[in-house]
Design a protein around this ligand. Structure first.
Ligand SMILES: Cc1cc2nc3c(=O)[nH]c(=O)nc-3n(C[C@H](O)[C@H](O)[C@H](O)COP(=O)(O)OP(=O)(O)OC[C@H]3O[C@@H](n4cnc5c(N)ncnc54)[C@H](O)[C@@H]3O)c2cc1C
Length: 456
């Protein structure tokens, strides 16, 4: 079968690699000059920064993708667990270091915040093990089929309860609620619109930890680009897809400025609202906004070098005084004004320096360094290199939001297109498709599409 994949981000490439290995003739069409989308790196004056993701949950997804599309990942690079998933620093001066891979360690960490909080945390997280098993089997690891799904999975996905209300009941401490909310608030979601089952993210962090690859996660984008070559995927860069051509209810081609490219099946790995014939799928939905990024090169001996040394730390999250009110009411998040400030100490720098990325929302660009300093991380005298990229610029670069749809309650589950769509021969992968954004989930979307299309 001739398959055309639209968009060379991680979702599109995951689908292309699997389909090519299954014997299909695959063409990948990418509007920019290079592949990877958000999953990439920039190198300036010897400093290397990840442009988007710096670490991933569920390393098994990446390993499975490489194994099922050719050489195992271990032959090309390694996945390394981070020592600390996140460090949260709260407005009252207290801190929590969240480690992955151990329930007992997390319990002890929460206990240092307040007696009894460790118990409350494990009581919140434990039941998500069952939720994960159900969703994994019926919705995340195989294309959704209501006839095959367990009734409990159908019930879970239709549940009205929101994560904001659940956390309010389950965790008596505002700081613990901020920790549980973070995987969602970091992507700009309004927690009062996030379904309760999505809280399983905390279970995944606790059980599987978070992982990166040497040289930064962007290296994974390069490896996937090479995999396109070994799998003989035809890659057309600098070619924007303008629409999917649908005839008699079937996707038969994609349209570009240079003409049509015929296809027996089309996989769309971009925001479908950019393709006129697919807009109806996402009517009444909104995409998430992107945060601003400030890539900084720091001189040797900076305050961050003192604090982290060679330790591998995911995010250093610096909460402001209004953070808990934002999470509880969702009001500011809904207006796109919810505040976020975090440091990702993941880049590499020459001459014993450090390369970090400051990610922010709701803080004016010229205030970011002062706000960091006010929250105890004063980098102002240590900066040797500074690159600012606004969320708006990034969305333009990537042709949409790599964070996918904004949660709008349980209806988002049905409104997000999936591996099978009402148009024959049309399949969706990537952050805008089921099961959503993030490296592991967009990787899984490629597997769902490969299952839906089947072998050649
Ligand atoms: C700042 C930031 C930090 C993140 N951090 C993490 C993290 O630490 N861990 C994690 O798991 N996830 C993280 N994510 C999320 C993760 O990076 C994304 O969900 C994932 O990479 C999205 O992949 P994708 O293929 O769906 O989309 P994209 O990466 O957006 O790729 C889409 C591709 O399609 C191309 N394209 C767009 N329009 C067209 C068109 N009309 N025709 C042809 N091609 C087109 C684009 O140029 C792009 O290459 C982060 C995202 C961002 C933005």
């Amino acid at each position: 079968m001739r398959v055309v994949v639209v968009g060379g981000g991680f979702g599109g490439m995951a689908a292309a690699a699997r389909l090519a290995k299954m014997g299909h003739q695959v063409t990948l069409v990418e509007r920019s000059t290079s592949l990877g989308g958000a999953l990439g790196r920039i190198e300036v004056e010897g400093h290397i920064f990840d442009t988007g993701p710096t670490h991933t949950l569920l390393p098994a997804v990446v390993r499975d993708l490489f194994r099922k599309s050719g050489r195992p990942l271990e032959r090309e690079t390694e996945l390394v667990p981070l020592d600390v998933v996140r460090e949260h620093r709260f407005a009252d001066g207290t801190r929590l270091r969240l480690t992955g891979g151990s329930r007992a360690a997390q319990k002890a960490e929460f206990e240092t915040l307040a007696p009894g909080l460790g118990d409350a945390w494990v009581k919140l997280v434990d039941p998500y093990g069952t939720v994960w098993e159900r969703l994994r089997r019926d919705w995340i690891e195989r294309p959704w089929n209501p006839d095959l799904a367990h009734p409990e999975t159908t019930r879970l996905l239709a549940e009205r309860a929101t994560l904001a209300a659940h956390l309010e009941r389950a965790l008596p401490d505002a700081r613990a609620r901020l920790v549980a909310a973070h995987p969602h608030t970091v992507d700009g979601h309004d927690l009062t619109r996030v379904p309760v089952w999505a809280g399983m993210h905390s279970y995944l962090e606790q059980n599987f930890g978070v992982w990166t690859v040497p040289g930064g996660l962007g290296a994974l984008g390069d490896l996937m680009g090479s995999r396109m070559k070994t799998r003989k995927v035809e890659v057309l860069t600098d070619t924007a897809v303008l629409d999917v051509v649908v005839r008699e209810g079937r996707a038969v081609a994609v349209r570009t400025a240079d003409g049509e490219i015929d296809a027996d099946a089309v996989v769309v790995g971009i925001d479908p609202r950019h393709l006129p014939s697919l807009r109806r799928f996402v009517r009444g939905t909104a995409t998430t906004s992107l945060p601003d990024q400030l890539h900084l090169g720091l001189r040797p001996g900076s305050v961050l070098a003192d604090q982290f040394g060679d330790e591998l730390v995911g995010d250093l999250v610096l909460h402001g005084p209004r953070a808990e009110a934002d999470v509880a009411t969702g009001r500011r998040a809904r207006r796109g004004a919810g505040e976020l400030l975090l440091v990702r100490p993941s880049g590499s720098a020459p001459d014993d320096g450090r390369a970090v990325t400051v990610v922010s929302r709701g803080i004016a660009a010229e205030q970011v360094l002062d706000t960091l300093a006010a929250r105890g991380v004063d980098l102002r005298d240590d900066i040797v290199l500074s690159i600012h990229r606004s969320g708006t610029d990034l969305a333009q670069t990537w042709g949409g939001s790599p964070l996918g749809l904004a949660w709008d309650g349980r209806r988002t589950v049905r409104r997000r297109p999936g591996a099978r769509t009402p148009i024959a021969g049309l399949h969706m992968a990537g952050a805008h498709a089921t099961p959503g954004s993030g490296v592991p989930f967009t990787g899984l979307s490629g597997s769902l599409v490969a299952q839906a299309i089947g072998p050649a």
